[in-house]
Design a protein around this ligand. Structure first.
Ligand code: GLP
Length: 242
């Protein structure tokens, strides 16, 4: 695992956007796995700026979703599909034909999970997977004690994650869905390059456990230690307990 300490979130975003741009220059139709949450926004802003300045052509890029709420209509502004359309696809000039993700509205949720696994494989696998990290060490929505070999499946959010994510639902925890579909940890580990960004002191404990703790299901992000090409980018705050 490579750990890179950057001065701030903007610098982290720039560094990772450049890695994505380099990948696209080498493989224009790369499958980019993207994450939601506030942390990756500087990455998307920096990549969009590069595309608009003509520094990289993203017109053939493909975008894959990491996780999704169950039961939120796709057009709900906080469904991750909507968030990614707004924050990633539209700024990059991509249509939804470039997008793949699990169907959080499917009646057959298990079938939706299995079909997303198949779609990822048929697409040739994820080239670069961006990850954020929850304050409890979760990646995607793999909460603590998720199996390190898990595949895409339905999960129940912990109360901590519902509290953390209530800010996207007007601060009302009652509006946060209880169930989600997430790529499993085993699924995530199949991406060719994993890039995790964490910023702020609130992530310092989770980053210390990820980088210096044992590989253990209690900190799902520690599974990155098992990956041959994992990069953890942290600002001074997130690095403060290393
Ligand atoms: C959610 C997402 C994760 C993300 C996490 C952290 O739980 N499912 O993919 O990493 O939030 O979000 P933030 O970056 O806003 O702290």
């Amino acid at each position: 695992m490579e750990v890179v300490i950057v001065p701030d979130a903007k610098a982290g975003g720039e560094l990772i956007a450049e890695a994505m741009a380099q990948l696209l220059r080498h493989k224009p139709d790369a499958l980019l796995g993207v994450a939601t949450g506030s942390t990756p926004l500087p990455i998307y802003e920096a990549l969009t700026a590069k595309v608009r300045a003509g520094g990289v052509d993203a017109s053939r890029a493909r975008i894959a979703q990491l996780d999704e709420y169950v039961g939120l209509p796709a057009e709900h502004p906080e469904s991750y599909r909507s968030v990614l359309r707004r924050e990633v696809l539209e700024p990059l000039g991509l249509g939804m034909d470039a997008f793949m993700g699990p169907d959080g509205t499917a009646e057959d949720v298990l079938g939706a999970c299995a079909s997303y696994e198949r779609a990822l494989t048929e697409a040739g696998g994820v080239d670069l997977q961006l990850l954020g990290i929850g304050t409890d060490g979760h990646i995607g929505f793999n909460e603590p004690c998720s199996s390190l070999a898990s595949r895409t499946r339905i999960k129940t959010l912990t109360e901590q994650t519902q509290v953390d994510n209530a800010r996207f639902f007007g601060g009302d925890i009652e509006q946060v869905p209880h169930h989600v579909i997430t790529q499993g940890i085993g699924t995530i580990l199949e991406a060719r390059h994993l890039v995790l960004l964490a910023t702020g002191e609130g992530k310092a404990d989770a980053i210390a456990a990820t980088v210096e703790g044992p590989v253990a299901a209690v900190c799902p992000a520690s599974a990155l230690q098992l990956h041959p090409h994992a990069t953890v980018v942290v600002d001074e705050g997130a690095a403060s307990k290393l």
